[in-house]
Ligand binder design. Structure first.
Ligand SMILES: NC(=O)c1ccc[n+]([C@@H]2O[C@H](COP(=O)([O-])OP(=O)(O)OC[C@H]3O[C@@H](n4cnc5c(N)ncnc54)[C@H](O)[C@@H]3O)[C@@H](O)[C@H]2O)c1
Length: 459
């Protein structure tokens, strides 16, 4: 998908909800009162509008697994220039120079990038416990910010980022590329058309069956207290002695990660919010277990039940104990089902086709005859006459050009930096999607039903 088409196919969530209400009462979606206006924290981003050809100077904080992907994505986007990379493992400087050449600034102190006059945009790709601090400092230094998902390490951190974006009039875009997936525009069209009827259930999940999938990432042979700046890794978290495995496998620990709900569910929550236009659930339950990969604090399997006030439930599961492929989301309505694979959709037409065979088998014959007459049934099939011979249409497979949406998602950010247009996945949306993940964790840890009261998590 070209940058141009990605940008033009975007619709704002509010626009989608409004359009949905106007065209398909069947979806039954209504805007949430507790959104941007209720939080009272949105202001359009300020700063000078740049010309379409002005290049954006970029500083990347965190050149690890995802950092390299974002560095390569940025490099491929015209009108951007990576000025510097901050990291705290020396091997990642070597790697960044392999990709970007020796001319880039490399530093263990990310504040040097914040002070750099040639940098307008900071890309934060560190473990989650650093996101808020770095984002606030970057905005205070006048930089626009791309923050990897989850935007926050706890739900309480979100409002400060939203407030800083408003105060400093900065662009903030959060990094779940699932709001930019190639299949989104077509999926939204299908939802809007009413072909699924009233949506009451969405199932989704990710399954993995490898050590890497369970987050036991390999440790490079040169990892040591001299090649890794351990105090800078710990930062705002609890002090601990140097531990190279903890450094490279930070996702296994609550101090730095929210586990499966904020690492993986957040993508599916972002996709759900994008496709349906909802902004926050009312009730959330989570339950997880450490069933197989014991050397960890966060569950290796998690289930979540997330109920939205618009009238549907999102059920999510993730496991590191089985790799069975499943649609990331299966969107189920009273008239049909949409399997959503991000760049492929499968549409099943499944209208209600009543059939009284099973439920009248125990009637005496005369009663069954009379019931069929009373209900205008076709007596042979015990189905309503109007639909007695109706057959379901075969599933419709819809393939869409394009794969992972990281490049168009980042291109949209750089576009916002130039035009000052508010990004779709802004700080508010990042806060909302991450908060749903945090609610799953709170429910799991406390064994309680967790609610959203419009402003805060309760339970
Ligand atoms: N959008 C996606 O699909 C996606 C995919 C993977 C990861 N992510 C997100 O990206 C972030 C990073 O994940 P990862 O898999 O790349 O982890 P990683 O461990 O591979 O990389 C993290 C990097 O941050 C660096 N770092 C840590 N503390 C730092 C500090 N104080 N200053 C400078 N650098 C510091 C580390 O040295 C490391 O290079 C996470 O928030 C994760 O959720 C997003």
């Amino acid at each position: 998908m070209s940058q141009q088409s990605s940008t033009s196919s975007r619709v704002t969530r509010r626009a989608f909800v409004v359009r949905t209400l106007a065209t398909t009462g069947a979806l039954g979606l209504v805007p949430l009162a507790g959104s941007a206006a209720a939080l009272g924290m949105r202001a359009s981003a300020g700063g000078a509008r740049q010309g379409a050809n002005d290049s954006v100077g970029v500083g990347v904080i965190g050149a690890g697994i995802r950092g390299e992907i974002l560095i390569r994505a940025t490099k491929s986007i015209p009108g951007t220039r990576i000025v510097g990379v901050a990291d705290i493992y020396d091997g990642h400087f070597a790697r960044s120079k392999e990709i970007l050449g020796d001319g880039i600034v490399v530093t263990r102190d990310y504040k040097q990038l914040l002070d750099h006059k040639d940098i307008q945009a900071i890309v934060i790709v560190t473990p989650d416990h650093w996101h808020k601090t770095m984002a606030l400092e970057a905005m205070a230094a006048g930089k626009d910010v791309y923050i990897e998902k989850p935007m926050t390490h706890s739900w309480q951190e979100g409002e400060a980022i939203i407030a800083a974006a408003a105060k400093h009039r900065r662009i903030v875009q959060v990094g779940s590329q699932w709001s930019s997936m190639p299949g989104n525009a077509r999926a939204m069209e299908i939802l809007k058309s009413g072909r699924l009827g009233t949506i009451t259930l969405i199932n989704g999940g990710f399954n993995r069956n490898t050590g890497t999938g369970a987050w036991y990432y390999p440790v490079p042979p040169d990892a040591s207290a001299s090649t890794i700046d351990w105090p800078r890794f710990i930062g705002p978290a609890k002090a601990r002695p140097f531990d190279a495995e903890r450094f490279f496998r930070w996702r296994l620990y609550w101090d730095y990660s929210g586990g499966l709900p904020t690492d993986l569910f957040v993508h599916l929550i972002t996709a759900t919010h994008t496709l349906t236009g909802v902004t926050m659930p009312s009730k959330v339950m989570g339950i997880g277990g450490i069933y197989r990969w014991k050397d960890r604090e966060v569950p290796d399997q998690m289930s979540a039940v997330i109920q939205y006030p618009e009238g549907f439930t999102l059920n999510l599961t993730a496991t590191a104990n089985n790799g069975h492929p499943q649609p990331p989301l299966t969107i189920m309505g009273t008239e049909g089902t949409l399997e959503y694979y991000a760049n492929r959709l499968v549409l099943h037409s499944e209208p209600m086709l009543e059939n009284y065979t099973y439920s009248t088998n125990h009637f005496p014959a005369a009663q069954k005859d009379q019931f069929a007459v009373n209900q205008s049934l076709d007596r042979a099939t015990m189905r309503p006459k109007a639909t007695a011979t109706t057959k379901l249409a075969p599933p419709e497979e819809i393939k869409i050009e394009g794969g992972d949406a990281t490049v168009p998602h980042m291109a949209a950010f750089y576009d916002s930096v130039r035009t000052r247009k508010e990004p779709f996945q802004n700080a508010l949306m990042g806060h909302q999607c991450a908060t749903v993940g945090h609610m799953v964790n709170i429910s799991h840890r406390n064994g309680t039903l967790v609610k959203w009261d419009g402003k805060r998590v309760v339970g």
